[in-house]
Structure formats: C-alpha cells, structure tokens
Design a protein around this ligand. Structure first.
Ligand SMILES: [Fe+2]
Ligand SMILES: [Fe+2]
Length: 197
C-alpha cells in the first residue's frame, strides 16, 4: 500500500479506530484476502459445476447452484472494497491470488454424472466459506464494526447455501423456498459494489 497519503492527511481514522480496538490490521488484510479469494474461485468452479448439472436429476438443481454461484460472486464484490479501505489490495497476478484463496478448489468430480458427487463438492465449499467468514466475524466482533457487518451478512448467505445442499442430499425438511431472482443476496445486498440490474 502506498503510504504517501499519510504525509498529506495523517493516519486514516478508519484504521486508527480499529487498531485502537485491538485489530492487527495486517492480519485482517490476510483474512479478507483469503476470504475474497475463496469467493472469487468458488464462483469460477461453480460455473463449471453448474454446467454439469444436466439430465433429469441435474436440471432440478441447476437453478439453486446458479443462486449460490452468483451470490458467491456478490460476496467477492461486497468485501473487496473493505479490503482496500484497510490498506490491502488484490494481487496483481491472478495466479498468486489463487494460491492465497482460503478454501480448496471446488473441482468437478470425475464421476460428475452421479449428481450426488457434485452436491458433495458444493456442500464442502459452503462449509469452508462458513468457517472462513466465521473467523472474520469472531475476529472483528465489537472491534471493527464495518468489516463485521459485511462478513456477518455474507455468513448468513453461506449458512443458507449449506442448508440448500444439505436438503438436496438428505431430504431434510426445509425452511427455504426460493430467491426472488437469481443471486438475490438478500443479506449482502447494499454492501460494497453489489449491483442488481
Ligand atoms: Fe460466498
Ligand atoms: Fe456460498
């Protein structure tokens, strides 16, 4: 991060207040970078997974995979501005970014024609996202209200995503019906760069 601005305007108060509350800003930058990396690459891998939701079983889950896919992209959009606000940035090279992502690659399984194998990959990706945003929530609660606010909104959607795939795999009764439109992001809507056309 360029520090030239400090000579002109002094330390950013937005950073000063969270440091005063005990936040290690460098640690938080790393956590956010890992989190947004996981979202970005999940969006990428979910694109491939969604393309393989075909046939009588696959078509039935395609729409729900699409909701999760677009909402993960929204999570990237929602948190990236916050990363820059606290002096972080995205790696110049996307290959570096891939290595810093906080969740494993959600690869298309070899036996993808069995739709359960795709659902299991989706479920594990959502579980990793819940853990990683949970860590951000735990670290920022009562210390960095703005990051916490965005992370907890994302986490609410990740918990919903987990529930969708659990219900599809287990037939557990469901409180979920459907989003009003694809990738609605009811919780993160209004954060960061989210745009709904
Ligand atoms: Fe996400
Ligand atoms: Fe998700």
């Amino acid at each position: 991060m360029t520090t030239d601005y400090k000579e002109k305007i002094g330390e950013l108060v937005g950073i000063e207040v969270i440091e005063k509350n005990g936040i290690d800003v460098e640690k938080l930058r790393k956590l956010l970078l890992a989190g947004v990396g996981a979202e970005f690459f999940t969006y990428y891998y979910y694109t491939i997974l969604r393309m393989h939701c075909t046939g009588r079983d696959g078509e039935g889950i395609k729409e729900i995979v699409e909701d999760a896919r677009i909402e993960d992209r929204n999570h990237f959009e929602a948190m990236v501005p916050r990363l820059y606000e606290i002096g972080g940035d995205l790696p110049r090279d996307v290959r570096t970014f891939a290595d810093l992502a906080g969740c494993p690659d959600a690869f298309l399984p070899d036996d993808w024609e069995d739709i359960e194998t795709i659902l299991k990959v989706l479920l594990e990706a959502e579980r990793c996202a819940i853990r990683s945003w949970g860590e951000v929530c735990d670290y920022t609660a009562n210390k960095d209200h703005r990051t916490y606010n965005i992370a907890q909104a994302i986490m609410q959607e990740e918990i919903e995503h987990e529930a969708w795939f659990v219900e599809l795999l287990t037939k557990r009764p469901s409180g979920h019906f459907r989003r009003s439109f694809v990738g609605q992001s009811p919780h993160t809507m209004g954060h960061g760069g989210l745009q709904h056309l």
